[in-house]
Design a protein around this ligand. Structure first.
Ligand code: NHR
Ligand code: GAR
Length: 228
C-alpha cells in the first residue's frame, strides 16, 4: 500500500549539519515505528553530511542557502515556500542552526518542533554543553519542544536527563547526549504522527492530558551508545 493510503503523516526535516538526528528519523520511519514518511530534507548549508544521508535514503533534498539572501525575513519566506510545496503535517528542526522569524514560526505553529541539547529552560541558545559543565551541573540532557517565536522558549514535549561525569568535556557530553536525542526525538514525532500530541493555547497536550513543564521525562536505562 502506498503512504497516502496508510494515512502516514508527511514530515519535512530541516538540518544544517551532520544530520544524525535526521538519520534516526530515516531509520524509525523505515521500520515503521513512526507513522510518517519523510517527504523532504532541507539544509541552509550546502555540502553537509545530512544531505548525503537524505540522498542515500532517496529523500528529496534541497539547499536553501541563507547566505544568498539579503535578510533573515527573505530567507525565511523562501524557506517557508519550499516547505509548503511539500505539504507537510510536521516540520522537524534537527540541528538546524538559524534563528527563525516570528512570521515563519507562526506559519507553522503547532506543527514545528525542535530538539535542543539542554534541559530547557536551562541554557537556551548555543554552547549548551560547555555552559552546563561551567555551572558545575550534575545532569545535562536534551529537550524536544514545540517551536514558538521565543528562541528555545516553546513548551516542552519530552526531556531526557543524562548524568554529567566529572571528567566530561563539551565534546564527550555532546556525544553522550546525542545518543539520547536519537531516542526521544523519534518518540515525540511518533506521538505527533499518531495524532496524540498537540499544541493547544500554548500548552502541550498528550493523550488529552496537559503535560507538566519540562514535558514527559524519560529515563533511559540502557546506554544507547555515543552519537555519531
Ligand atoms: N527559531 C525560533 N523562533 N524559535 C526557536 O525555538 C528556534 C528557532 C530557530 C532554531 C534551534 C535552536 C537550538 O535548538 C532553533 C530554535 C540557532 C541558534 C543561533 O543562535 C540558536 C538556537 C537554535 C538554533 N543561530 C545563529 C543565528 O544567528 C547562527 C549560528 C550558526 O549559523 O552557527 O541564527 O539551539
Ligand atoms: C544536536 O545535538 C542538536 O540537539 C543540536 O545540534 C546537534 C545536531 O546534530 N541542535 C542545536 O544545537 C540547535 N541549535 P545532528 O546534525 O547530528 O542531528
Amino acid at each position: 500500500m502506498n503512504d497516502q493510503l496508510m494515512g502516514k503523516r508527511r514530515i519535512v526535516v530541516l538540518i544544517s549539519g551532520s544530520g544524525s538526528n535526521l538519520q534516526s528519523f530515516i531509520d524509525r520511519c523505515a521500520d515503521e515505528s513512526i507513522n510518517g514518511t519523510l517527504v523532504a530534507v532541507l539544509s541552509n548549508r550546502p555540502g553537509v553530511k545530512g544531505l548525503e544521508r537524505a540522498a542515500a535514503a532517496a529523500i528529496p533534498n534541497i539547499v536553501v542557502d541563507h547566505s544568498s539572501f539579503e535578510s533573515r525575513s527573505e530567507f525565511d519566506a523562501a524557506l517557508a515556500d519550499v516547505i509548503d510545496s511539500f505539504s507537510p503535517d510536521l516540520v522537524v528542526l534537527a540541528g538546524f542552526m538559524r534563528i527563525l522569524t516570528p512570521q515563519f514560526v507562526n506559519r507553522f505553529l503547532g506543527r514545528l518542533i525542535n530538539i535542543h541539547p539542554s534541559l530547557l529552560p536551562k541554557y537556551p541558545g548555543l554552547h549548551t554543553h560547555q555552559r552546563a559543565i561551567d555551572a558545575g551541573d550534575s545532569e545535562a540532557g536534551a529537550t524536544v519542544h514545540f517551536v514558538t517565536p521565543e528562541l528555545d522558549g516553546g513548551p516542552a514535549i519530552v526531556q531526557a536527563k543524562v548524568p554529567l561525569e566529572s571528567n566530561d568535556t563539551a565534546e564527550s557530553l555532546a556525544s553522550r547526549v546525542l545518543g539520547f536525542e536519537h531516542q526521544i526525538y523519534p518518540l515525540a514525532a511518533e506521538w505527533f504522527c499518531q495524532g496524540r500530541l498537540e499544541l493547544r493555547e500554548g500548552h502541550v497536550i498528550l493523550d488529552n492530558e496537559l503535560l507538566p513543564e519540562g514535558g514527559v521525562s524519560v529515563e533511559i536505562a540502557e546506554h544507547p551508545g555515543a552519537g555519531e
